[in-house]
Each structure stands twice: as C-alpha cells, then as structure tokens.
Design a protein around this ligand. Structure first.
Ligand code: GLC
Length: 428
C-alpha cells in the first residue's frame, strides 16, 4: 500500500459511522480539535464524509444557558470502558445547555481550530467543482455554530475584554502535559479521591503523564462540576487559570478565518464583530513575548507571571498573524533536533523526548506552524519543516507522536489526525 492508501485506511478503520476515533482503545470517543483535523483529512478523498465529521462534532454543542456555544473536548457518542475519565466522571448530564444534545460530553473545551479547517475545506471544495454545492450548504449551517462557539470563548473566558482568553484545565490546551503548566499546577491540590487510569493499559508509562499530574487533572475536573459549570464562578475561583499561547493563537487564526467566511457568505456584521476581537488580541499578545526565548509564551492569569517555557505553541505566531518574526527562532529549533519541530525546545532543561507534550513531535502542529511561516513569506523554512514531516511519515507511518532525536514513532498507533495531516499537507 502507498502511504496515501495507508492514511486513508486509518481514517476508515477509525470511523465509527460519522465520527472518527483518534485511535482505537486509547481514545475511544470523538475529540474536539482532532475532529477538525480529521475532517480536513477526509476532505482530501471523501468530501461528504468530511462534513459529516463536523456535523457529529457540533451535535455536542451546548445551547442556551451560561455556556451557550460551548463545544467540549470530548463527545462521548458511545459507551466505552477503555478510557478514564468517561462521561459519568464529568457529571455534565442535565447541566444547563445540554438539554436535547445528541451526545454526552466532558465539561472543558479544546483549541478551536474548526473555522480554520472549515475554510481550508472550502478552499479545497472550490478547486474541485463537484464539491462546491455541498460545501456551500454545510458552511451555511456551520457558520452560526462557529460564531456561537467563538463567542463562548470570548464571553466566558475573557469577560473583561483583555484580548487574552483563559483556560481552566491543562487538557483544554490539547498539550496536556506541557512543562509550561508545571508552575501553575503546583498551586492545584491533588485529588484525594480514588480513580483508575486506563491509559497505562494502552501505552508505556514512560510516554504518559505521571500520577501526580493525573491527581490534579481529576481535582480540576471535579472543581468544575462543583461550580455547576458556571463560568463566572469558575473564572473567579478556579485554582488553575492560564492564558495559553496555543489556544490564543488558534482562536485568533480561527476568528480571522471565520470573519473571512462570514464576509464571503453575506454575514458582514458578524465578520466585523470577529474582526474587533482579532484587533484586541493582536495588541494584547505583545505582553506574551519572551525576550529569553525570542518567541511567544503563555502566562499565569492568576499571578500575572509569564510562563517562560519554549513550547511549539509559541511558534504559532505567524499562523495567528501576530507581528513578531519567528523565522530566526524556528531556524534555531530546527538546528537543535534532527526530526523536529519538538513540542518543547530541546535546549530547555525539562525537555523529555519521549514524554507527552514535553518533547515529541506532533505532525499537525508542524503543519500549522509551517503554513503560517509560508504565508508570512518564509517558504524555504516552511518547506524544511514539511520535508522533515514527510521523512517521519515515510520511515515510521502514522503514530500519535515521534521522538525528535531518533525519529521513532511513539504513543498510539494508526492515529487519525496524523494520517489526516499527511493527506491534506503532504499527499496533495
Ligand atoms: C491527547 C492529546 C490531545 C488530543 C487527544 C486525542 O489527550 O493531548 O491534544 O486531542 O489526545 O488525540
């Protein structure tokens, strides 16, 4: 089988009739930002199936109540006992806004990539005339949902219009175990209640987060539930509140893309509204520049301290359209690891090449970072990143992540968004 055939087969075998599992066993549900990348991958060979992925994602969007527009990190479309924490643990059944949803969900969100992926899907449809009519219809249905979702982020996570949204759980960032969260997590109590992890039955412990980390994840999950998911209470008292440069950059880019789609589909007032948010963030993000690392970093929203840790999230600046030129910094990163871009810079003291988000390469991150650099005029650098990604795919296939020093494939196997990234970015 060619790599393209292998990648298609992975999406097809992880397909559960409308939504795609990240990988069977380890992640037996539909994940938020995975779904959008997966839709983009499906779009390369099966447009109707691509739009279906997003329809299934938005089945879980909360409607009405203080969390109107919320899209969860996980949609639990079916039962499974191979994953912790499952739907019962999150306690969202009957929460305001969940009445009549087509699925149970968790209570935290994930990086809102969707509007960008939808715009890229639209660009692909336009090139392939046969897909335009369906894309047009799907986007008209999606736009109000995407707008509601962006407004949920701005309204509940940046009520004072600072331009920098806050996240309340490391899992919201999608970069779960990043060393950037070590300092703010030190102020989060460990849960005292018993629970049983399931991840260690699928993947070696050396590649997964430690117990001390999970104890805090559970504490924050339970905290959210104890506040009855009310954003104002959570934002006032949650012991973990962070301005994550990853979410901020991804939301920024998605709002730019959403504004462009709104303009194209006759929603001028909504486009202007998104544009105002974009402006505010453009200015505010300058406070997240690290002179030490010459890149953007995250900030502890409780203490006001910069979380001065060089992670790949901070290289999304070009993708987000932020002013600073990241080219020299990305060049340095590439020079330090043969199979980069790593998720944490290898010269940083807490870099770990094998462990979750503390070093390994995620291919969709390479795609986003390279795309941004290319748009900013750094085509050669973007091609260098793409070339490295191609080598990893060719040598190792489609793993969850890769060791940036040896190039070895790690974590879950037959991984959907890795395959989808290949189909969108490399195969075509
Ligand atoms: C892990 C990753 C997260 C991803 C999920 C499913 O939790 O950290 O980013 O969405 O797996 O792939």
């Amino acid at each position: 089988m060619t790599l393209t055939e292998q990648a298609r087969t992975i999406l097809q075998s992880n397909d559960r009739g409308g939504y795609t599992l990240p990988t069977a066993g380890l992640y037996p549900f539909q994940w938020n930002w995975d779904a959008s990348v997966n839709a983009l991958g499906w779009m390369a060979f099966d447009a109707p199936r691509a739009w279906e992925e997003l329809r299934w994602l938005f089945k879980g969007q909360w409607r009405g109540g203080p969390n109107d527009g919320f899209v969860a990190q996980i949609n639990f479309h079916e039962e499974s006992d191979t994953y912790f924490p499952g739907p019962g643990e999150w306690g969202t059944d009957g929460a305001p806004g969940t009445e009549g949803l087509g699925t149970r969900t968790s209570s935290i969100s994930q990086p809102p990539l969707h509007a960008t992926m939808v715009r890229w899907m639209w660009m692909r449809a336009v090139k392939n005339a046969g897909d335009v009519a369906q894309a047009d219809g799907e986007i008209r249905v999606l736009l109000p949902k995407l707008l509601a979702h962006h407004r949920w982020w701005y309204r509940t996570r940046d009520a004072r219009n600072t331009g920098l949204v806050v996240n309340i759980h490391p899992w919201e960032t999608g970069m779960d175990n990043s060393p950037a969260w070590d300092a703010p997590l030190a102020s989060v109590p460990a849960t005292a209640r018993p629970y049983t992890r399931r991840d260690l039955g699928h993947v070696e412990a050396s590649m997964r987060p430690p117990k001390s980390f999970y104890d805090r994840m559970v504490y924050l999950m339970d905290f959210n539930r104890a506040q009855n998911f009310e954003p104002e209470k959570i934002m006032a008292a949650c012991p973990y509140r962070v301005n994550d440069i990853g979410i901020i950059s991804i939301l920024q880019r998605a709002s730019i893309d959403l504004a462009a789609l709104c303009d194209e589909f006759g929603l001028a007032a909504d486009a202007a509204d998104m544009g105002a948010h974009v402006q505010r963030t453009d200015t505010a993000v300058q406070a997240l520049w690290s002179p030490t690392w010459q890149q953007y970093v995250s900030k502890d929203a409780i203490t006001g301290q910069l979380l001065d840790v060089p992670t790949s999230a901070g290289l999304l600046g070009a993708y987000a359209g932020f002013a600073r030129d990241l080219e020299p910094t990305v060049q340095q990163w590439l020079g330090e690891t043969p199979y980069g871009l790593p998720s944490t810079r290898s010269s940083f003291e807490r870099f770990e090449p094998l462990r979750y988000w503390r070093g390994p390469v995620w291919q969709h991150m390479n795609m986003l970072i390279a795309t941004g650099l290319k748009e900013q005029g750094h085509a050669a650098l973007a091609d260098a990143i793409r070339h490295r990604s191609s080598q990893l795919f060719a040598a190792q296939g489609f793993h969850e992540y890769y060791d940036p020093l040896s190039g070895a494939g790690l974590g879950g196997k037959s991984f959907s968004w890795t395959a989808a990234t290949y189909l969108h970015w490399i195969a075509n």
